[in-house]
Design a protein around this ligand. Structure first.
Ligand code: NPW
Ligand code: ADP
Ligand code: K
Length: 475
């Protein structure tokens, strides 16, 4: 599992570690890792042209020491000093190694092979300051490889928000621990490929982390496996209340996901029974209200539902309920909070914005805060879909999960319906909502990657690829 920690936790761990070490040890470790990563990106260090963008803090110090290391290996290293001051020891080391301070920053940037962004790290506040913006643009426009030191300058380490301009890096070399902004969009996109350099903090970081990203092995440990004595009821029955005369396809796609999620049976309730049966004859179809559909272990409510009735029956039930799409419209917060069983909400940014009374852009800019806020308000687990899918528990002490498998090929109509069916099916097998949601997002992203393989896919292709993704994870 990959974990990420807030700045205050990283600083506390650094302080505890530094107390027992000679001054400057951590910066030397960080700079050595950074120089090594740059050497790997350059291929040949000797004769290469490296430019350091140096801010006034320790982030600039890292860049200067790493630059000194590269200069000792024969690179031509030039520092562009942006602040009123620069890290003294770092600057002295660079000059002693034969590096220089730029007279004409734009001229050296134009010829650079690699630019190190050491403007700000975890101490940065707000986007880039105006004087840095033309330099950062020149670095980007030069064709040089841009490597961010610890974080791309201008992004918010704790939230992933980007207010104003920020450095767009090809790679980020981060120290001691991942910070949430490196895993959550929009900042994640600015970071490029992220490499973690161990500086010895691991044992001093707090538990739990702020954020966690599951790997194959973590998901494999969550997936239900039928036992010898299993039957279709013991495996769990998932009920799907979805579809309408206008959107019968949403019901078909939710059922498609549900059939691949481990439940022993899928019960469909709604007006699209004929369309569902035509595609999936194994579905148990019920035309009446959900209350008399028979026992289920979890409900999926909402995809393509329109004004079809049934929501009250489902929300009033005593089993876990996943609410998606039309089910989220006018969702009664008090009713959700009063439910005797867990609720999982799966909004996209627009639906989350409507629930929070804000706009979509605001949710997309601050996903981590939005998903935590929704989970707290509704007392529910919330899976916020989009370029970074996040899963928050109603307990604020529990780390948010960030899904690492997503792909923009998933931005296709109906793929969210497949996800809700899949997650509901996992809920019916007995997984806790947070596990069901994060395992579903993981498999869904992986299935989309496998199905797409570099070309557009339709939502039903994603559903069809789910068994392959499951096998891949479980292998
Ligand atoms: N602690 C450790 O053990 C280790 C720390 N390490 C490294 O230290 C980094 C943290 O260093 P830090 O705390 O000095 O802060 P840092 O990110 O350099 O920036 C703060 C300075 O920038 C300025 N500034 C602020 N906002 C700005 C803006 N928008 N645009 C422009 N400038 C802005 C502000 O100065 P001001 O100009 O306001 O006086 C302030 O002084 C961390 O990310 C890692 O790289 C590693 O060596 C491992 C060991
Ligand atoms: N840019 C993106 N990158 C990764 N995944 C995305 C992106 N855009 C959308 N998705 C994913 O695609 C699915 C779309 O779901 P949703 O918005 O509910 O669409 P629909 O209602 O058409 O099914 C979600 O799983 C979401 O996380
Ligand atoms: K930086």
């Amino acid at each position: 599992m990959r974990t990420a920690y807030r700045v205050e936790s990283v600083r506390a761990a650094e302080a505890a570690l530094m107390a027992g070490l000679p001054e400057g040890t951590l910066m030397r470790r960080a700079a050595a890792g950074l120089a090594g990563a740059c050497a790997g990106l350059l291929g040949r260090v000797y004769g290469s042209r490296v430019v350091l963008l140096v801010g006034s803090g320790a982030n600039g110090g890292d860049a200067l020491y790493a630059g000194a290391g590269l200069a000792r290996r024969g690179a031509g290293v030039t520092a562009v000093l942006l602040g009123a001051r620069a890290h003294e020891g770092g600057l002295a080391a660079l000059l002693a190694a034969g590096g220089r301070v730029a007279d004409d920053p734009f001229a050296v940037l134009a010829r650079a092979d690699l630019v190190l962004d050491g403007i700000t790290g975890i101490g940065g506040r707000g986007g880039l300051r105006p004087e840095a913006v033309p330099l950062v643009r020149a670095a980007r426009g030069s064709g040089a490889v841009v490597v961010a030191v610890d974080l791309p300058s201008g992004v918010d380490a704790d939230t992933g928000a980007v207010d104003g301009e920020a450095v767009r890096a090809d790679a980020t070399v981060t120290f001691g621990a991942y910070k949430p902004g490196l895993l959550v969009d929009p900042a994640r996109e600015y970071a490029g490929a992220v490499r973690l350099v161990d500086i010895g903090l691991a044992d001093l970081l707090p538990s739990p982390p702020e954020l966690e990203a599951l790997h194959h092995a973590d998901v494999a440990g969550l997936l239900p496996v039928p036992a010898a004595e299993s039957d279709k009821y013991r495996r769990g029955v998932v009920g799907v209340v979805a579809g309408s005369a206008r959107y019968p396809g949403a019901a078909v796609l939710a059922v498609a996901g549900a059939l691949r999620g481990g439940a022993g049976a899928v019960r469909y309730v709604g007006p699209a029974g004929a369309a569902v049966l035509a595609r999936y004859p194994e579905t148990l179809v019920h035309a009446g209200p959900p209350a008399d559909a028979g026992r289920v272990q979890a409900w999926v409510l909402g995809p393509g539902l329109g004004d079809t009735p049934g929501a009250d029956d489902v929300l009033g039930s005593d089993v876990p309920v996943l609410v998606d799409a039309d089910g989220l419209r006018a969702l009664d917060m008090a009713a959700v909070r009063a439910r005797p069983a867990p609720t999982l909400l799966t909004p996209h940014a627009g639906e989350a914005a409507a629930l929070l009374g804000t706009d979509r852009a605001d949710v997309e800019a601050r996903r981590l805060e939005a998903v935590r806020e929704l989970a707290a308000r509704y007392g529910a687990t919330v899976l916020l879909k989009g370029s970074t899918t996040l899963v928050a528990d109603p307990d604020p002490g529990v780390p948010v999960r960030v899904n690492p498998t997503g792909t923009p090929w998933l931005a296709t109509a109906g793929s969210g319906d497949v996800l809700s069916g899949l997650a509901g099916s996992l809920l019916a097998t007995g997984l806790a909502p947070r596990d069901a949601a994060s395992a579903a997002a993981y498999l869904h992203g992986l299935a989309a990657r496998r199905a797409a393989a570099g070309a557009p896919v339709a939502a039903h292709d994603v559903a069809d690829a789910l068994p392959g993704a499951w096998r891949d994870v479980a292998a």
